[in-house]
Design a protein around this ligand. Structure first.
Ligand code: ATP
Ligand code: MG
Length: 342
């Protein structure tokens, strides 16, 4: 039997605890060899007076286990709170955010049944450096930070990902017609590195028309690499095209540590109702299991999850007015399809 892998887990805020408990129940029944170490981060910690939202013992656990499975967290509005998501990505050096978006037609209604693309979002730089200034009482600015090493790292990651996953094309999105230096550098590095991968087709689109093309013909895309902010927007759009933002998971990859989560936020509008779709976090768990060398368990969960959707067991976000189940009921249906008693 594989030795149990220690994993740091944060349930998160809003719908976080509901979707995390549902996902952990699936993991328990799946034969995944993991040993959770729970940490508290986010709202609870902010309220206790710690303005970073993450206590020292949580960092200590993360540095030790190097694998983080995280529910969505809420950053309180205003009042000088830094986004905890941004802090975690930067502190742990999680430079690549990998976000697959797949259509599951005919089982989940979508206008684009042939969609299967992966957004690779730069995760540490760009406008997310969080460097903002008040110039005068009426003028504020935000610094857009792009570095050559940062671009090289993410672009190379995208090409290596494509190669490893047998993907045929890598597309780059920027707005370098306007931001000639910052996005210009990202595009330039993309062109330089693409030469090293002659077997992979490449293309570049200005982000606005690129997004319009994703909305219209997502089947034309394969792997897409882009700066941080564009990646945030593009992946919500792409996930929604597949049926719901509640369907997609993501891996945040660094040299030392990796973090796995759903792409969506803490959805305060539906928190506490037991109706959130746990699928995004389940996808995050599947990516985590592959990362820690338990691909067999990952496949088993993925198949049971697909079968659940195929059997028409849908949460409200994808039921489109039809019958729907709650968060835990959905998880229990997945567990039954693992051949287990929930
Ligand atoms: P963030 O800035 O953290 O990305 P956001 O502003 O994009 O957050 P979300 O929390 O992702 O907002 O929610 C966007 C919408 O999608 C909300 O209406 C929410 O209810 C819905 N939503 C998000 N996640 C889920 C889910 N797992 N199941 C069902 N609906 C969801
Ligand atoms: Mg969002």
């Amino acid at each position: 039997m594989t030795e149990k892998r220690k994993v740091t887990i944060a349930r998160g805020d809003g719908i976080g605890p509901e979707i995390m408990n549902a996902t952990l129940k699936i993991l328990e029944h799946s034969g995944a060899q993991i040993e959770p170490e729970f940490i508290d981060i986010g709202e609870k910690v902010y309220i206790s007076g710690n303005t970073t939202g993450i206590p020292d013992e949580a960092w200590e656990s993360l540095r030790r286990t190097k694998i983080f499975f995280k529910g969505p967290i809420t950053t309180p509005q205003g009042g000088g709170y830094k986004s905890l998501n941004v802090t975690i990505r930067k502190t742990l050096g999680l430079y690549a955010n990998v976000r697959p978006n797949v259509s599951y037609a005919p089982f989940i209604q979508t206008k684009h049944p042939d969609m299967d693309l992966v957004i690779i979002r730069e995760n540490e730089e760009d406008l997310y450096a969080g460097i903002e200034h008040q110039q005068t009482p009426e003028v504020v600015q935000c610094l857009k930070l792009i570095t050559r090493p940062g671009c090289e790292k993410i672009v190379r990651y995208a090409f290596e990902y494509a190669k490893k996953n047998n993907r045929k094309k890598v597309t780059c999105f920027t707005k370098d017609n306007i931001m000639k230096l910052t996005d210009g550098l990202f595009h330039k590095v993309f062109k330089e590195i693409s030469v090293e991968y002659p077997e992979i087709e490449t293309e570049h689109w200005i982000i606005d028309i690129g997004m319009a093309k994703i909305a219209d013909s997502p089947q034309d895309f394969d792997v897409i690499v882009m700066p941080n902010l564009y990646g945030d927007i593009a992946s919500d759009v792409a996930a929604q095209i597949t049926g719901s933002v509640g369907l997609a998971g993501s891996a945040n990859i660094g040299d030392q540590v990796a973090m796995f989560e759903a792409i969506h936020g803490s959805a305060p509008d539906i928190a506490g109702k037991g109706i959130a779709n746990p699928s995004g976090l389940i996808q995050g768990a599947i990516m985590m299991l592959v990362h820690i060398g338990q691909a067999d368990v990952a496949t088993r969960i993925h198949n049971a999850w697909l079968k659940t959707l195929e059997d028409g067991i849908h949460t409200g976000d994808i039921a489109k007015g039809g019958a729907s189940v709650g968060t835990m009921e959905f998880a229990e249906a997945v567990i039954e399809r693992l051949g287990q008693e929930p």
